[in-house]
Design a protein around this ligand. Structure first.
Ligand code: ARG
Length: 563
């Protein structure tokens, strides 16, 4: 709570029969500034007093005493609207941003609590999908948002480095593999083998048997199978790490599925001891009939384990290791049923902490047709997508600002930023129609638009004379006030994004800030203003710059000083 909210709660708690906690919770932020900065709904009081909420609001409006932090308090239908003192709001907000700098917007609600975030998680033996790109972008941002809220974050790339697909890959490699091609372009070659296996297996079902055998051998530790697997894994990881570096994403742990191999027997034993393991057609399952779901398969007829066996093991390992307050699984909406099954099994096993596990689903991205790097349906080569993004940014920069120093790095920041923001500005659960022209539009609701506002402020600040003192209470005209108000809402935007696990709240917020800035800048001269006003406005735009940079960094996007 900021000092204004605190004061409003204090004033109200003298007047209404509600606890301060309750008042604080009920206090709303109206949809626009014409309705004030905060609104207190009177419906609850109406019940207590058996009177119309509008009447209660009107009576309260008369009773709230004058206060230096408030300009006025007005009843509006069932709401009591609070208008803050503009000078005090400007002093407080801009002062706070400039003092706290990178820390502005952060809080410590998560202090002492750990959140484990399972994100990205591509499969080594299969191509990197669009779903993995979204998971990477969303998970990375959720990591940063939770860190800003004071949580200790554990980011895990649960790479798919185990499972029947490795049997397929080994089989395919024996038939059509090429050592040299593999070394040169591992992801592509493994992908070709993967595609070829599926094509040929339609004509020759024997291939599937071979694949099953190889995976079984792998699980039993056959040296040749293990050696090939290790080789595929090593080269793929090296390639993936290179691509993540381009994207600017890091993980704390690379505990892939294979990390849990040695622990899986214990998991199956624990399931058995809970009396949940049943045999069905030779396989071992946990029935979820009572939950209205298909059974969860833990061991196949031939003894091989499954995706769910590994996830169960991973969840237990993570809880035992970190005692998380939250465990987030950033995985496409198509795995919703799977996670419900997984959590149901953990619950049946008596793991109370399963309540803390959450599937964070997201919809699909459809890339525009034409010259896009989706070679097959929903498959993409992340490296190609990045090159496309950076290439487009490079072209725009060469045209707009040919003398810019360090163009290549700025092109990376702008291109990657556009890609990330094109995802995160949408509610994650919705499908996204991705268009390059749209996400790169410098005047649209895009990362380049926000980055450009940031760079523009940096350039104004470079030209500004050093100001001795500045009087922030001068920032009270309508444009200054609108800009100050939006800056004051940054902490709420982060909190909201964290609570809902939706980075879009931060992304949309940044659009509001950038738009408000451009309205302000259009109407109010900065460098050419009278000296005391100039000082205050320079401080204001410096605060805007800081909030834009802080917000972009929560999305995993850089804020270049020039572009
Ligand atoms: N590798 C999986 C896939 O591509 C995603 C893993 C998600 N995380 C998890 N714990 N299951 O479908």
């Amino acid at each position: 709570m900021n000092i204004f909210q605190e004061q409003i709660v204090r004033l109200l708690s003298d007047l209404v029969p509600l606890e301060p906690e309750q008042i604080k919770e009920d206090l709303e932020i109206p949809p626009n500034l014409e309705l004030g900065n905060y609104a207190f709904p009177c419906f609850k009081l109406a019940k207590v007093h058996k009177a119309a909420p509008g009447l209660i609001a009107a009576r309260l409006a008369e009773k709230v005493p004058a206060d230096p932090l408030l300009e006025k308090v007005v009843a509006n239908g069932p709401y009591l609207n609070f208008f803050l003192n503009k000078a005090r709001l400007a002093q407080h907000t801009v002062g706070e941003v400039l003092q706290q700098k990178e820390e502005y917007g952060k809080s410590d609600v998560g202090k002492g609590r750990t959140v484990v975030i399972d994100f990205s998680a591509p499969n080594i033996a299969k191509p990197f999908g669009i779903g993995h790109l979204r998971s990477t972008i969303i998970g990375n941002s959720l990591y940063k948002i939770h860190a800003a809220l004071g949580y200790k974050c554990i980011g895990i790339n649960y790479i798919g480095d185990w499972g029947t697909q490795f049997g397929k890959l080994i089989t395919a490699y024996h038939h059509w593999g090429d050592e040299a091609v593999l070394a040169q372009n591992p992801i592509n070659h493994l992908y070709e083998l993967y595609v070829r296996f599926h094509r040929e297996a339609e004509l020759d079902p024997g291939l599937e048997d071979g694949a099953r055998n190889w995976f079984k051998k792998l699980e039993d530790g056959d040296p040749h199978a293990v050696e090939l697997w290790q080789h595929f894994r090593d080269i793929s990881l090296a390639e993936l790490k290179r691509v993540y570096a381009r994207l600017g994403v890091k993980f704390d742990y690379w505990h892939g599925e294979s990390f849990y191999n040695e622990m899986m027997e214990d998991t199956i034993k624990a399931v058995e001891e809970s009396g949940l393991l049943e045999q069905s057609q030779g396989a071992w399952i946990v029935s979820l009939e009572d939950e209205g779901m298909p059974p969860c398969l833990l061991r196949k007829q031939d003894g091989a384990t499954l995706y769910a066996t590994r996830d169960l093991t991973a969840a237990i390992y993570r809880y035992n290791t970190w005692q998380f307050a939250k465990a987030l699984y950033v995985v496409g909406v198509d795995q919703t049923l799977y996670f419900r099954q997984l959590f149901a099994v953990l619950k049946k096993m008596g793991m109370q902490w399963v309540e803390r596990c959450q599937h964070i689903p997201f919809g699909m991205i459809r890339f525009e047709g034409g010259k896009m790097s989706t070679r097959q349906g929903s498959l993409i080569f992340l490296d190609d997508v990045l090159s496309e993004a950076i290439g487009r940014a490079r072209e725009i920069i060469a045209e707009k600002n040919p003398c810019l120093p360090d163009q290549e790095e700025v092109a990376r920041q702008v291109g990657v930023g556009a890609l990330i923001f094109g995802d995160l500005s949408n509610d994650r659960i919705k499908d996204v129609d991705f268009s390059w022209d749209q996400v790169m539009d410098f005047s649209g609701e895009t990362a380049p638009y926000i980055q450009y506002a940031h760079a523009r402020i940096c350039s104004i600040l470079r030209k500004a004379p050093a100001e001795a003192e500045c009087n922030l209470s001068l920032l009270v005209n309508e444009h200054e006030y609108a800009l100050v108000s939006v800056l004051s809402k940054f902490p709420e935007a982060i909190a909201r994004a964290g609570e809902t696990c939706k980075p879009s709240f931060v992304a949309r917020y940044l659009i509001d800030v950038a738009k408000e800035f451009s309205r302000f800048y259009h109407q109010c001269p900065v460098l050419n203003a009278e000296s005391d006003v100039r000082g205050a406005r320079l401080a204001l735009i410096d605060a805007v710059r800081q909030v834009l940079a802080n917000g972009l960094s929560l999305l995993g996007i850089a804020a270049p000083e020039e572009m």
